[in-house]
Each structure stands twice: as C-alpha cells, then as structure tokens.
Design a protein around this ligand. Structure first.
Ligand SMILES: CC(C)[C@H](C(=O)O)[C@@H](O)C(=O)O
Ligand code: SF4
Length: 476
C-alpha cells in the first residue's frame, strides 16, 4: 500500500468537513462547526428563516454578540445605554429578539462576556483547531490563528448556515506565506501583516487560503497570531490559518467552552494530527524576512499602501501602470499627502487603539508601556477600546486603565467603535487618525476622516508626540 500523499492543514480540514464535493455546476457543501453572529449581518438572515418557516438547524453551534453598533460609553444616569441612533438601536433590538425567538446564545450589551465577535470566540474557547467557523463578517479569518478554517460570509449565506449548518463553497487554492527570522525590538505582529500586504498587494491572496508558516510565526503568541490572521482578508484571501501547536493548546486548556477532561485528551490527540505534513505543497508561496521588517504605517486608502514608518510616500509618476498611478494619486489627494513626503513628523488628531486586530490584553499592555508616565499630546484625542468585557476586566486588574486615563486617553467599553464608526465614535472631516484597526478606506472612521494603520506601539507613540513617530524611540 502506498503512503497517503502529504496534505496541508487546509486540505485536512476541508476533506473532513466535506458533505458533498463540488462539481462543475455546484459548489461543495461544507459542514460548519461554529456559526458566529452579530447584529449587522443577521437581521435579513433571520427574516429569511421566518419567511420560510424554518428553525435554526443547530442553535447549540450558533453564538451571537453585539459589537458593531454598541456604544462604548457606559450607561447614563437613568441606566440607559447611550445608543448612537435609531438604526443602531433597531439592529440591537432585532438581534435580541431573533436570538430569543430562535434559541441562540447571545452576549448582549452590558453582559459579562460581550465583546467583538472575533475576540470573544477565542476567549470563550469556542474557536477550536481543525474546525470550520463562519460569520457574516470579513474578519472571521482571525480564528484561523487556532488552525481553524474560518470564512467570512455574506448575509444570504448567514441565512443558509442558520437553516442548514452547511456552507456552499468552491474549493479555494492554498498559498504558503513563510515568515522567517527574528523580529527586531519595536516591530510587532501588526507590522508582519502590514508588511505582507504591502508586498503581495490587496489582491495578492485572491482565491486562496493563506497558511502562515516559518520560525517567526511559530514564535508568535496566540494574540499576535490572531492579529496576523485577522488581516488575511485585506490581502484578498478567503481565509488565513496557522498549523496548531502547543501555543494554541496551552491557550485553550481550561477555557470554559473548550473540551474538558477525557474530551480534552481526545481532542488534543486529534489536534496534533492537524499540522501540515512535511512535504505538503501549496498552489503558491511567498516569503517575508521578519528580521528586515520595520514598524509599518499605511499612507493611503487601502491596507496595501504601507511603508516603514521612517519611509517616504511613493510618487505616482514613478509608477508605470496607469491604474496604479491613478489610484495612488487619488489616495494621496484624499489623505492630503505629497508624493515623496516623509511621514515621520506628520501631525495627527486622533489615536484609536482597539478593533478585532489589536484590542486584546497584550495590545493594551504594549500601548500602556508607552503611555506610562507620559501625557497625550495637546489637542490629540485618544480612544482606548478593549475588545471584550473580559479584556477590559483583565486590563483593569493590572491597572492599565489608570495608565491610559492619567495620560489623558479615554478608556471605553468594548466594541468595534472607531474601527468602523457605526456607534457614534468617529473622527471629524479631514482629521488624521492613527489607528490599530485593519481598514483605512475613505470615510471609514468618520466622513472624510484619514486613517494611518499601525501597531499599538506606533499608535501610542503618535498619541504622546502628536505626530507620526518611530515607536522604537519609546521602548523601555
Ligand atoms: C459590518 C461587517 C459586515 C463588516 C465586515 O464584514 O467586515 C465590518 O465588520 C468591517 O470590518 O468592515
Ligand atoms: S472591529 Fe472593525 S474589523 Fe473587526 S469586526 Fe468590528 S468593524 Fe469589523
């Protein structure tokens, strides 16, 4: 008997969840282990079930939270949540009613485990290696950090999954993204992923599932791995994942919803079979040298427009391709930046530390290290928004909130907040925001606002100087 050909992690998960293979006419049918739900992309999906008289196929494999439209200010004197507008209020009320009617677990506003969906899934121990996870949200790729195959899906697919616990999907291709070498001080996981996207472009991963490999990835903590996988979608990829190892298993051990006792031992034995086999191949491959990376900053209006923070903005006339030249010209006009300009010293107005990319405890600690004993620059507004109630409690237990507040930053309640500005937390027209989130699209953080994406360290450095700064000058 000939041995099985080596398989990569994606192929193993795909094959073990395949209900029906794809044909020329129909996509594959894939079983979904975990369906995560939030208020923005679920209302129409639940309406679809109502119209058809369907129930949720597996409520026990469906978990919802409120995150996008939730206020990050506490209850007012009357005990009411300061919800931004009628639309936000309607979304939140609908999710509550839908979860109640369909028997879905909901982490409602103000409850103990509420937070950004991609922060609470891992925290609760719901995100497991080798599983398939979907959510009506593009940053579902975050869960790939655990060696799960995690897809962002659209609202109609949310309806399909609610009704059937299955997803129709064409088989993606695979791409190995190998990152070797040691990160230098002041360079973080966020800089790795901004570096990768700057290299391969916002379309570089299209049609592929990325598997991040290499010694630099192996050394990352669980939270850092989530930062990297989170932005896979910004490279155009269908998903991003990392073969699971002891870092993953140690993170999950004793999480409330992870398997316990004998079930844990059994799960662990299975998880150890998941990593890509030696000799496994991919449809494409790229490499990045972590030791050559510098702290990164985006200068434009998509996440691929990134440069080292010490670098100069590229000039449109240097680009041969007309459409690339046009898009750069447009981006620089929007951003109010000049070709060839250095970004160091560029004045900024707002700093946002939060989002499913960088709102976990280690992110807040990195920022707090810069703020400790320093003040936010005058006229700069700083919002620090933990990713979940659990992150908030943990940060407060070690006094991080005091550090932020003494520096002059606002310490908020958990949610998506100024990552997408759906809850009223927004920058003003023309303002420059250094943001630890994942998208710098036009108007995303407020009408006509301008976003520089960066790591928590780089964002905090800008907060205390009032301008784009090299975070390496603030290392202690
Ligand atoms: C609102 C939601 C559908 C959206 C997404 O899919 O990613 C949001 O989370 C975002 O980050 O832009
Ligand atoms: S934090 Fe931002 S990127 Fe993440 S789910 Fe919320 S809006 Fe989307």
């Amino acid at each position: 008997m000939s041995p099985l050909p080596p398989r990569n992690l994606f192929e193993k998960i795909w094959q073990s969840h395949l209900v029906q293979p794809e044909t020329a006419e129909t996509p594959a049918v894939l079983y979904v282990d975990l369906h995560l739900v939030h208020e923005v992309t679920s209302p129409q999906a639940f309406s679809l079930l109502r119209e058809r008289g369907l129930r949720v196929r597996k409520p026990e494999r469906t978990v919802a939270t409120m995150d996008h439209s939730t206020p990050t200010l506490p209850r007012d004197a009357q005990g009411r949540f300061p919800i931004a507008d009628a639309e936000a209020a309607a979304q939140l009320a609908q999710l509550e009613a839908n979860c109640e009617a369909f028997g879905v677990e909901l982490h409602t506003l103000g409850s103990e485990r509420q937070g950004i969906i991609h922060v609470i899934g891992p925290e609760l121990g719901l995100t497991l290696p080798g599983s398939t996870i979907v959510c009506g949200d593009s940053h579902t790729s975050t869960h790939g950090a655990f060696g799960a195959l995690a897809f962002g899906i659209g609202t109609s697919e949310v309806g399909h999954v609610l009704a059937t616990q299955c997803l129709l999907q064409r088989k993606p291709k695979t791409m190995e993204v190998r990152v070797e070498g040691h990160l230098r001080p002041g360079v973080s996981a966020k800089d790795i992923i901004l570096g990768i996207i700057a290299q391969i472009g916002v379309g570089g991963g299209t049609g592929h599932v990325l598997e991040y490999t290499g010694s630099a990835i192996r050394r990352l903590s669980m939270e850092e791995r989530m930062t990297v996988c989170n932005m896979s979608i910004e490279a155009g990829a269908r998903a991003g994942l990392i073969s699971p190892d002891d870092t993953v298993f140690e993170y999950l051990r004793h999480r409330s919803r992870a398997p316990q006792g004998a079930a844990w031992d059994k799960a662990l034995a299975h998880w150890r079979t998941l990593p890509s086999d030696p000799g496994a191949t991919y449809d494409a491959a790229v490499t990045l040298d972590a030791s050559a990376l510098e702290p990164m900053l985006t200068y434009g209006t998509h996440p691929g427009m990134g440069i080292p923070v010490t670098g100069a903005v590229p000039a449109p006339h240097d680009l041969a391709d007309a459409s690339a030249r046009n898009s750069l010209e447009r981006a620089l006009l929007y951003m109010g930046l000049k070709p060839g300009q250095r970004l160091l010293g560029q004045p900024i107005d707002v700093v946002f530390i939060g989002s499913c990319t960088n709102s976990r405890l280690s992110d807040l600690r990195a920022a707090a290290d810069v703020f400790r004993g320093r003040k936010v620059a005058s006229r700069v507004r700083v919002l620090v928004v933990p990713g979940s109630q659990e992150v908030k409690r943990a940060a407060e237990a070690e006094g991080l909130h005091d550090i932020f507040r003494s520096a002059g930053a606002e310490w908020r309640e958990p949610g998506c907040s100024m990552c997408i500005a759906m809850n009223g937390d927004q920058a003003q027209p023309g303002q420059y925001v250094v943001s630890t989130s994942n998208r710098n699209f036009e108007g995303r953080q407020g009408k006509a606002s301008r976003t520089f994406l960066a790591s928590p360290l780089t964002a905090a450095a800008a907060a205390v100087t009032g301008k784009v700064s090299d975070p390496r000058e603030f290392l202690r």
